[in-house]
Design a protein around this ligand. Structure first.
Ligand code: ACM
Ligand code: ZN
Length: 559
């Protein structure tokens, strides 16, 4: 063999060996990683995974880990419950000390790889689950399966920055199957997310079965046609479109999510974005209808009548059944984009305003925004009255409400959590009023928007500003100049939102999601000092290999 041939053979062999080593520079980057790459531990099919067989969660996490190691490397580890000498050990230790004494302590974990094997340690099963995900992402993806992989010695100590790390999926504009929702949850878990915001109702379709109102989902879930291209053109496909989730399916999703330490936050968006419900119950609208399930996108002026007592009866029925199905401590009540044009003219709404003694102070808190009329008008206060009634109702079920930042306009109800989407102003204002906040500002966190500058390179989507990976990455939800230290504690976390007016298919949904979710995961998980977009970009190819292995569709460019 010529010298050059030999050189390339040696290089190829070296690369092969290197490809089978783990790399702990994963996404999201753990808090502390101290690796000693001069020493390694071998993992082979003879390697066992030990866990406490008396603990159902630890047993399940061990099975997950076994499945992930097999999926990534091809190596089938043995499950060896309670074997203290096993090479991989999942250890639950009540005395485990989290790196930071914060709300996320239960999710903290350590991983140590050394002479004695691999030890994953946490106080709670959720911490073990996060540790197992980190180990999974550190493993080399081996195309045709390996006989062994090498783990460099390491000490990892990790804990997420924020307790609320969410992603919204809009299943109102387009319906996504339970099977897809589970894939979405798997992708979330892979990125360390723990809150699935399930947007279940929209003008264009009602997706949640309410057993005592069977027509609501049956009729409210179907639109006669869907607009093609821009809404203003009103060109339709003339194809009926529908779908809803039975309560049994919702329970299945909740169970699936819980096994992955994800809470499902269901949203019934009210009193706006309710045209699908108005289609079924036109008496709940100010004008009496008829109302079609909306066939185009935008902000509809037809909303629930704020003065009709039946509106509250309806909402309590819906939220009551929602609570039966979803154990989430938070229930999202929507509250965004509710034009008040109908309420201003509706005798019932005006009579209710009078009865409650609500006065117009619209000069207070007027910031403007798409489709909504900010300011403390009597009508916005009427929305606050409805929120208050529902807040009380949900509190009697032990739940807190979350609402989009428009709920600030008429005045926040006592325990409302604000989801700040029209920038961060609403979130900052709410934190100053000592309300909990989830930051989801559209310019940083809306993944229905394009991710590349060149529109031609990506599927058609919400054609407005670009939310690139780097833009998303640059988001810092806590600005000390805006919030004092005690106010900063009200920021629960950050959420990315996937609206689906333009996203009808699973592949497109994943293209919008990835790799931006990777970018978002570092905003949600990493302390600011750990964040570095250039570093992120060097770590991303490793994660993309796992995306490929999992068959995920993703955008292959990063801007
Ligand atoms: C929203 O994007 N309308 C919350
Ligand atoms: Zn009305």
């Amino acid at each position: 063999m010529k010298r050059t041939g030999l050189f390339f053979l040696v290089c190829a062999l070296t690369l092969t060996t290197m490809a089978q080593r783990a790399d702990y520079n994963i996404i999201p980057l753990p808090l502390e990683v101290k690796a000693d790459t001069t020493q390694t531990l071998r993992i082979t099919p003879a390697t066992g995974i030990a866990y406490d067989s008396g603990n159902a969660e630890a047993s399940r996490i061990a099975q997950f880990l076994q499945q992930w190691v097999k999926e990534t490397t091809g190596i089938q580890l043995r499950l060896t419950p309670d074997d203290k000498k096993a090479q991989v050990r999942l250890v639950l230790n009540a005395k485990f000390k989290a790196p930071e004494a914060s709300q996320t302590a239960a999710e903290a974990y350590t991983i140590s790889v050394g002479k004695k094997g691999v030890e994953l340690c946490a106080a709670e099963p959720v911490g073990l689950f996060r540790a197992a995900q980190t180990l999974r992402k550190s493993l080399p993806v081996v195309k045709d399966g390996a006989e062994a992989v090498e783990l460099p010695y390491v000490q990892i100590a990790d804990q997420p920055r924020f307790g609320y790390r969410g992603v919204l999926l809009d299943c109102g504009r387009h319906f996504f199957s339970v099977e897809f929702v589970k894939q979405f949850l798997d992708a979330m878990a892979l990125h360390g997310c723990n809150q699935f915001h399930w947007h279940l109702t929209e003008d264009q379709g009602w997706r949640f079965e309410v057993k005592s109102l069977p027509d609501l989902a049956k009729k409210g879930s179907v639109r006669e046609k869907t607009v093609i291209g821009p809404s203003r053109m009103r060109i339709y496909d003339n194809i009926p479109y529908g779908g809803f989730y039975t309560q049994e399916e919702c329970r299945d999703v909740v169970r699936y999510a819980a096994q992955r330490y994800i809470n499902v936050v269901p949203e019934i968006d009210m009193p706006g974005h309710m045209q699908s419900a108005l289609h079924v119950f036109p008496n709940l609208g100010c004008t009496g209808g008829p109302y079609p399930v909306a066939p185009y996108w935008g902000v509809m002026r037809e909303v629930l009548c704020g003065g009709n007592p039946e509106t509250l009866t309806f909402l309590k029925t819906v939220f009551g059944e929602l609570c039966d199905v979803f154990p989430s401590p938070y229930i999202h009540i929507g509250g965004d984009e509710c034009p008040k044009e109908r309420w201003q003219k509706c005798p019932k709404c005006q009579a209710k305003i009078k009865e409650l003694g609500l006065t117009d102070e619209s000069h207070i808190g007027s910031e403007g925004g798409r489709g909504s009329q900010d300011g403390r008008s009597a009508e916005n206060k009427l929305q606050t009255y409805i929120n208050h009634e529902i807040e009380q109702f949900l509190a009697s079920r032990g739940r807190s409400i979350i609402g989009w930042d428009e709920i600030l306009s008429g005045g926040l109800t006592e325990n409302a959590i604000v989801m700040s989407w029209r920038g961060t102003k609403g979130g900052v204002a709410a934190a100053k009023q000592k309300h909990r906040v989830i930051m989801s500002p559209n310019v940083y966190a809306y993944i229905d928007h394009p991710q590349l500058k060149d529109y031609g390179k990506q599927p058609r989507t919400t054609d407005s500003y670009i939310v690139s990976c780097s833009k998303m990455y640059s988001f810092e939800p806590i600005v000390p100049e805006e919030l004092a230290e005690d106010e900063q504690d009200y920021i629960m976390g950050v959420q990315a939102n996937l609206w689906t007016e333009q996203v009808a298919y699973p592949e497109h949904a994943f293209y919008q999601l990835l790799p931006r979710l990777a970018s978002m995961s570092e905003v949600q998980w990493c302390q600011p000092a750990r964040k570095d977009f250039e570093g992120f970009k060097t770590r991303l190819p490793w994660l993309k290999k796992l995306y490929d292995k999992l068959g995920y569709v993703y955008c292959n460019e990063v801007e």
